[in-house]
Design a protein around this ligand. Structure first.
Ligand SMILES: Cc1cc2nc3c(=O)[nH]c(=O)nc-3n(C[C@H](O)[C@H](O)[C@H](O)COP(=O)(O)O)c2cc1C
Length: 252
């Protein structure tokens, strides 16, 4: 399934020199900010952070995500209300809704094949991946009818050899979509911090109302609402802590 293309079929890509300290400064200074100042975020910062979000790694590069930047003042107020009136939403300068669209995988699969055609130099294995493997992996069938068959097939084949066990069914596809979209969220938040701005990811919202506000279809799902702005004095709830690594990092 995951055959490596021949070395001469792989483009050489230089790994540029990077600044590890700058990266760690950004990671360590990112906090979930609950109170924002009235400083606006310049549009070019927003654009660059959205571009950074869209460069996140994502499953099969199918990019089944959408970023909804809510700029209409009325809608922003509604959205903040649907975020249960949290100060992280009501005091923010900008609100972004990160949405996963597992329902669009087929369209994006075709776009990928179209891109391969445009490039005209893609190895056959890449075509085969998007012509057969993705179809097997991501098809749910009408009303999710394929789920029990896929589950059985994965588990029978898995008795004798390593086999992917999912995603299975529409809920499996939602999990599949959220994984990649959450990475886009992380890129976005770190991007904002890199530009000197702050964010708060939120899952405390009414998903039904948020979806209705944005006109999203049933199979779309909201991964996170992210508010952004500059942290206000006292905008962070408390000193940061993480559990001792011995509980969360395991070596095998
Ligand atoms: C998926 C997710 C949902 C979250 N939902 C909320 C939320 O609804 N409201 C809120 O104030 N913070 C929310 N947070 C922020 C977390 O509380 C915060 O990340 C955590 O306490 C660690 O603090 P730090 O981000 O400052 O490191 C959420 C974070 C994540 C990743």
């Amino acid at each position: 399934m995951f055959d490596t293309p021949e070395v001469n079929a792989r483009p050489s890509v230089d790994a540029p020199k990077t600044d590890a300290k700058a990266f760690h400064d950004i990671v360590e200074s990112r906090r979930s900010v609950r109170f924002f100042s009235s400083d606006p975020i310049p549009q070019d910062v927003i654009d660059q952070c959205i571009d950074a979000a869209l460069l996140a790694p994502n499953s099969s590069n199918l990019q089944c995500w959408e970023i909804h930047h809510v700029v209409n003042e009325e809608k922003k107020k509604e959205l903040a209300k649907y975020c249960l009136g949290q100060p992280a939403a009501t005091t923010s300068q900008e609100l972004f809704v990160f949405v996963t669209r597992p329902d669009l995988w087929k369209r994006n699969n075709q776009w990928t094949l179209d891109e391969f055609d445009r490039r005209g130099n893609m190895p056959d294995k890449a075509y085969q991946y998007f012509k057969t493997i993705t179809k097997l992996a991501y098809t749910t069938g009408i009303f999710g009818i394929a789920a029990p068959f896929k589950w059985l097939m994965f588990n029978v084949i898995g008795l004798t050899k390593p086999t992917p066990r999912g995603p299975v069914g529409k809920s499996g596809m939602k999990v599949w979509g959220h994984k990649s979209t959450a990475l886009a969220c992380a890129h976005f938040m770190l991007g904002m911090r890199a530009h000197g701005f702050d964010t708060c990811p939120m899952e405390g919202f009414d998903v039904v109302r948020v979806k209705r506000l944005l006109g999203l279809p049933r199979r779309a799902d909201v991964t996170m609402v992210i508010s952004a702005g500059k942290r206000a004095e006292g905008g962070i709830y408390g000193e940061r802590f993480r559990f001792d690594k011995k509980h969360t990092v395991k070596t095998h």
